[in-house]
Design a protein. Structure first.
Length: 597
């Protein structure tokens, strides 16, 4: 990391453009480069606090447009810093507290909605969505892909911006695989729309999409939902400090923007992503002060580790090489540990780890403290299920892992026959399983719609075999990483559980003690789940407070998905499709959901 570029780095095969420009943040000049997100430019300049929240600031947290914690005002308009590209001359201010007036989007209202139909609509441009689109398009179907990201490739492949120069023969395998998939998809003839946001779903296989130019109503014979997953949070004292972010957000900064989140970084949580990102950050020049893994060491699980090696030898050996690299760079890897406290002023400055027993209890006297300027967290994933549930798909919770899984057939078809859910949006499985599930669903949709037959039977048998192999590996992998399913065990009475509405554990516990017996009652009593993330980051904790154990949850036990599913200017919803305002349907749907709660 060069002194003049702050936290910017250079990865093999990817070169940042030379033509920097200036924008301003709170009146201070900030250097940015073409292709960077606003969040990346600000973090590279050392600006961690991006949004005002009462007497404190919030910063980048999820890095994928889900949480709303990095909301800023760009030239007076509210924008998500992680999703907005930096532009010369931007004037950026911290977003004031949500309930203050004067932050409405001023885009013009009332324009008629554009309409578009297709054989297949794919929502999501990651491994699952692009693979499904390729399979359907190769069979001659009219395919539209909508994606919220600036670059196709999704959370896993995280392709560099178009403005960056790429030398294909120098890229690591993850970059190269993603680049090949993206090129194949774009060459297949799909209609790729990005960056856009899906904000609602209606009966009749209709999906409302907010674009840069207005609203688009898409109707398709088949819908493939490949929206992926976001990281499951774990509240603890200090987890809302700027500089505390998900591991995926740190990886997006690194791989998508060539920016590290800090110079001294602690990584904590459960699962292989933490090890990978710790290794990548270390190689990029950040000092990794420690990695805390909630599961036990693989050495203490010889039978499970052997099963993992047999089910996926190549990937397992890559994992061993990764562990060896961390050890060679003398990065402490602490098993059965969790991050129990973060402290700091304007940003995180100190992080404390503690040993956790097999029942999820913190062992007194086991604390270790580290000086840091960034913390990365990942305790597993939750599927982005809101669109699927809005269309009538059902989800259930795994009683062992706590993961939500969509009720679907082997080809991804849900209880709504025209809707397919593939990849991590239906349950955690990783990029390779997601890609094959997408291909499998796309091929079956081609058969559904009578597309010209390919050598389909052989192709489907091959895909089925690969899917089963991926699933066996994932089962073996998560057996090795099996850990206590924590929810609020590390929180104290004044720890915020609902970040959006600033609700601490003590207040929520008092509401439950006072008679709240359901998510709906908690919501009505405290506003829990009513913020910008719509309960995505607090539902698991709230259910635990209500006494619900993992495994007894279905779609009806979650907050109902509310339109708009993602932030959108109200003015855009005021247009018409045909003779009637579409906003009326949106409001009616929301009212029906409210009565159902």
């Amino acid at each position: 990391m060069s002194a003049d570029r702050g936290l910017r780095i250079e990865l093999d095969g990817v070169t940042r453009p030379d033509d920097s420009f200036h924008l301003s943040f709170e009146g201070r000049p900030v250097i940015a480069f073409p292709g960077e997100s606003v969040a990346a430019a600000l973090i590279a300049a050392g600006e961690a606090g991006l949004r005002e929240a009462g007497d404190s600031d919030r910063g980048l947290f999820c890095g994928m447009g889900v949480c709303g914690e990095c909301d800023v005002l760009v030239d007076g308009q509210p924008r998500r810093a992680c999703m907005e590209k930096a532009q010369p001359g931007m004037s950026i201010l911290r977003h004031p507290p949500i309930r203050e007036p004067g932050t409405a989007d001023s885009r013009a209202a009332g324009d008629d909605w554009e309409e578009r139909s297709a054989d297949v609509l794919v929502v999501g441009g990651g491994p699952a969505g692009l693979s499904a689109a390729i399979a359907a398009a190769d069979a001659g179907l009219d395919v539209v892909v909508v994606d919220e990201r600036q670059q196709p490739g999704g959370q896993y492949y995280k392709q560099p911006p178009d403005a960056f120069r790429v030398a294909g023969d120098e890229l690591d395998r993850q970059f190269a695989e993603g680049r090949e998939l993206v090129h194949h998809a774009l060459a297949s003839g799909i209609d790729y729309l990005a960056p856009v946001s899906v904000v609602a779903a209606f009966a009749g296989r209709r999906v409302a999409v907010a674009t840069a130019d207005g609203m688009l109503l898409l109707t398709a014979q088949r819908i493939v939902i490949a929206t992926g997953a976001y990281e499951r949070p774990l509240p603890f004292p200090g987890w809302t400090l700027p500089g505390v972010m998900t591991t995926g957000a740190a990886q997006t900064l690194l791989r998508g923007n060539q920016v590290v989140p800090g110079k001294r970084v602690l990584v904590a949580g459960n699962g292989p992503l933490n090890l990978q990102v710790a290794d990548e950050l270390s190689r990029a020049g950040a000092e990794i002060v420690a990695v805390a893994e909630l599961a036990a060491s693989p050495i203490r699980q010889p039978a499970r580790s052997a099963r993992l090696l047999l089910s996926g030898p190549r990937v397992a050996l890559e994992g061993l090489r990764l562990l060896a690299g961390l050890a060679a760079r003398r990065i402490p890897l602490l098993y059965r540990h969790a991050l129990v406290k973060a402290e700091g002023g304007d940003r995180v400055e100190r992080a404390t780890l503690a040993l956790i027993d097999a029942e999820g209890r913190r062992l007194p006297g086991s604390e270790r403290a580290y000086e840091v300027d960034a913390v990365c967290l990942n305790y597993g994933f939750l599927p982005q299920s809101e669109l699927a549930r809005a269309l009538g798909c059902e989800y259930r919770q795994d009683p062992v892992t706590g993961n939500l899984r969509c009720e679907r057939d082997g080809d991804g078809r849900t209880a709504v026959p025209e809707v397919f859910v593939v990849g991590d949006s239906g349950g955690l499985g990783g990029a390779r399983l997601a890609a094959d599930q997408g291909s499998f669903a796309g091929a079956h949709i081609a058969l559904d719609l009578g597309a010209p037959s390919l050598p389909m039977a052989t192709h489907l048998r091959r895909l089925e075999a690969r899917i089963r192999r991926h699933q066996r590996f994932q089962e073996a992998l998560w057996a090795v990483f099996r850990a206590p399913f924590l929810t609020t065990e590390l929180a104290t009475a004044d720890t915020l559980v609902c970040r959006c509405e600033a609700l601490d554990l003590g207040r929520l516990q008092r509401a439950v003690a006072g008679g709240c017996r359901s998510l709906a009652a908690l919501k009505q009593s405290t506003r829990a789940g009513m913020g910008r993330c719509q309960g995505r980051y607090c539902t698991t904790s709230l259910r635990a407070l209500l006494g619900h154990a993992p495994g007894d949850v279905g779609s009806g036990d979650l907050f109902a998905p509310r339109p708009p599913l993602k932030p959108v200017a109200l003015g855009l919803l005021a247009g018409r499709v045909g003779p009637e305002p579409v906003a009326r349907d949106l409001l009616a749907a929301a009212a029906d959901d409210e009565r159902a709660d």
